[in-house]
Design a protein around this ligand. Structure first.
Ligand code: AQP
Length: 325
């Protein structure tokens, strides 16, 4: 199987990005051909800093490596360096119905969040994402729940292309983690954890132990004091239980038993300790990598060359099929 996935270089990555997407990448790279992209062209569809973009791209690559992506096993590259992404996106745009784009939840949410920044790129985001995936003829796309709808649209576009121009693309499957597909915000557990929200709502992969402790101890909890998993009645505690279970590997039922009668305070202290321990190796690796810019750039360069070979071959085929050569 060929796997494709990406993250926007919009700053630090949080536990939701890691548990929803990157953790799956690390497991998948052991058995499959993996392509992981730093999707800078997606990052510019929402407000961003031009001055910080190159630093954010390098940081994203460092994050991938620190989190365990192995450049010997996976291709890591920057989206805008392969021009075929935008070329294929244009072509796919001509077979994508407008209505499909307008009904995308992420478009509606992001348009609401940045009403001053509702641009055509934001509407077309899912076409560019379809192009990212289809350019490499990926069979599967490991993402968090919020991206599921975009992968479904990619399937629709691939199917349409195959019907119209002849079988060319696989219809890619979405790969969601069994737990952790949607980690919720610490300050509002009814919303997903999001990097562009208040920093207190996210645990970033490289937060200091002090910050992690502070954020978890002040995380929003629910009425009552029993540590019980119940998403409707206790969304805050349920989210924290999910995180606890994912970072320790202990089933939620066991954690509930461990904290029976001990209250939220004790539970949060235990969770903070577990998260700090879990993230310690990431912090160490990131520190080491930040002094090795040249090495990280070389990995991106190698990745670009490997990705380009695949992308150019696909585009050649697509142009012919669409009658463009
Ligand atoms: N809360 C989450 N729980 C599980 N998975 C998540 N993902 C995002 N948030 C959660 C998954 O992380 C991958 C990369 O996300 P992205 O950077 O492409 O998406 P994003 O929308 O930029 O992420 P954020 O944190 O929500 O940022 P902003 O605030 O900028 O929109 C994807 O696979 C995504 O599913």
């Amino acid at each position: 199987m060929r796997i494709f996935s990406g993250i926007r270089p919009t700053g630090n990555i949080h536990l939701g990005n890691y548990l929803g997407a990157v953790k799956q990448w690390i497991a998948l790279q052991e058995k499959h051909e993996c392509i992981f992209c730093i999707v800078d062209l997606h990052a510019i569809t929402t407000p961003y800093s031009r001055e910080e973009m190159q630093k954010n791209i390098l940081d994203a690559a460092t994050i991938y490596l620190a989190a365990g992506v192995d450049p010997e096993k996976a291709i890591i590259f920057v989206q805008s360096e392969i021009k075929e992404h935008t070329e294929l996106a244009w072509l796919l745009g001509t077979i994508t119905p407008m209505g499909e784009l307008q009904r995308m939840t992420q478009f509606k949410e992001k348009a609401k969040k940045h009403p001053e920044y509702v641009n055509a790129g934001l509407l077309n985001y899912p076409i560019l994402m379809a192009s990212d995936i289809m350019l490499y003829k990926a069979d599967a796309v490991p993402v968090g729940k919020d991206q599921e709808q975009h992968v479904e649209l990619t399937r629709t576009i691939a199917k349409k292309f195959n019907q119209k121009f002849g079988k060319t693309f696989p219809e890619p499957e979405v790969v969601l983690p069994e737990t952790g597909a949607k980690i919720m915000s610490l300050t509002n557990p009814k919303k997903k954890m999001s990097k562009s929200d208040d920093a207190r709502s996210c645990i970033f992969l490289f937060d200091t132990p002090e910050d992690i402790q502070k954020k978890i101890m002040s995380a929003e909890t629910d009425s009552g004091k029993d540590v019980i998993y119940n998403v409707t009645k206790k969304p805050g505690i349920s989210n924290l239980l999910t995180i606890y279970s994912l970072v320790t590997g202990n089933p939620i039922k066991e954690i509930e038993k461990e904290y029976k009668g001990k209250g939220y305070g004790e539970f949060k202290k235990g969770l903070a300790k577990a998260v700090i321990e879990y993230l310690e190796p990431f912090r160490r690796k990131q520190k080491e990598l930040t002094t090795r810019d040249v090495y990280v750039k070389e990995i991106l360069n190698q990745g670009k060359m490997r990705a380009q070979t695949i992308a150019q071959a696909t585009m050649q085929e697509v142009r012919e099929e669409m009658g463009l050569t």
